[in-house]
Write a protein that binds this ligand. Structure first.
Ligand SMILES: NC(=O)c1ccc[n+]([C@@H]2O[C@H](COP(=O)([O-])OP(=O)(O)OC[C@H]3O[C@@H](n4cnc5c(N)ncnc54)[C@H](OP(=O)(O)O)[C@@H]3O)[C@@H](O)[C@H]2O)c1
Length: 296
């Protein structure tokens, strides 16, 4: 990306995704202001870019990106954001939560004068660091065009999905088959093992077959080695599945595959694996050991 960005960008939330996105934007020479609830997560970022509250991010920025965990985090962040004027600002909600939680948070920002987009992301930490995310954005075309130069620095593709709320709807739609895939992959590995195949061999053959999906190659290491650090955790998968289930219930649509995956994620969280990488769900469905360091 060669032309300089004239907009000042703010980023709220320096978790795994937000931190990777901040590093990417700094590398792209984007003027950036950041805030995270736990200041330790800002360590190593330029001192002058770190401020004390979401409201302070808004005061220093034209476009405010928000990448926090869930609906409860949105409540806390918007409570601060809405203490300052948002006139002339664009608020871009990139967190994954239910459609209702995202749209009602953005409606409050719009009431405070902001133009708004719901623009959740697909991809994980490495694509974020490389500027190769997929962004699905709902909102006015003019607001999408305003944010596009920022999206171009973060994403391999930014799709304008339609009206406000359509971006988060698309994100939940994308994540549903993914969650069902990890569950069925675990069952496939478990079936193979019980017929004398090795887990690593099953994974290598599936990865080279029509049963592979784009996300599989990057997850094989974590499926085989549960001691590797989490890129996206089981509790986050549960949170997403509950957002899908709530969004389906709102339109009286049955999602049995979502319910199965949700029950498995709930059981894993209940068993104490909420902080593990989602690859652990594959191991559990396969009947493999969940212990760190175990490969079978
Ligand atoms: N990781 C992925 O691969 C991935 C991919 C696509 C989309 N996403 C979505 O991106 C969002 C962030 O994911 P992540 O993996 O970066 O999560 P994460 O590593 O768990 O980080 C969560 C972030 O949310 C903040 N947060 C949580 N509760 C908060 C509160 N009450 N008030 C203010 N901030 C709060 C955390 O602040 P503290 O540091 O203070 O706890 C942290 O910055 C989620 O909605 C996730 O579903 C993630």
């Amino acid at each position: 990306m060669s032309t300089a960005l004239e907009l000042r960008v703010g980023l709220i939330g320096l978790g795994r995704m937000g931190r990777a996105m901040a590093e990417r934007l700094i590398e792209q020479a984007v003027p950036l202001t950041v805030w995270n609830r736990d200041p330790a997560r800002a360590r190593g970022l330029p001192e002058g870019s770190i401020v004390a509250s979401p409201a302070a991010v808004a005061e220093h920025s034209d476009i405010i990106l928000i990448v926090v965990r869930d609906a409860a985090a949105l409540d806390d962040v918007y409570a601060s954001l809405l203490t300052t004027s948002l006139a002339g600002k664009t608020v871009v909600e990139m967190s994954t939560a239910s459609i209702g939680a995202v749209t009602s948070a953005l409606a409050r920002a719009a009431d405070a004068g902001a133009t708004v987009l719901d623009a959740p992301i697909s991809g994980s930490v490495c694509p974020a660091r490389r500027g190769e995310l997929l962004i699905m954005a709902g909102g006015e075309t003019s607001t999408f065009e305003r944010a596009r130069p920022v999206f171009d620095r973060l994403a391999r593709r930014a799709v304008h999905t339609g009206a406000l709320g359509s971006g988060i709807a698309m994100k939940l739609v994308v994540n549903l088959p993914l969650a069902a895939y990890w569950q069925s992959l675990g069952e496939a590995i478990g079936l193979g093992i019980r017929h004398g195949l090795a887990a690593d061999q099953v994974l290598a053959v599936i990865a080279d077959s029509k049963a592979a999906i784009g996300a599989l190659t990057g997850k094989i290491d974590r499926i085989l080695d549960p001691s590797l650090p989490a890129e996206f955790d089981v509790a986050g998968v549960l949170k997403d599945l509950e957002a899908m289930r709530d969004s389906a219930a709102a339109v009286q649509f049955d999602v049995p595959a979502c319910t199965t995956a949700r029950d498995a994620a709930q059981a894993a969280v209940g068993a104490g694996f909420g902080n593990s990488d989602l690859a652990l769900l594959v191991r559990l469905a396969a009947g493999l050991s969940a212990a760190p360091g175990a490969s079978s």
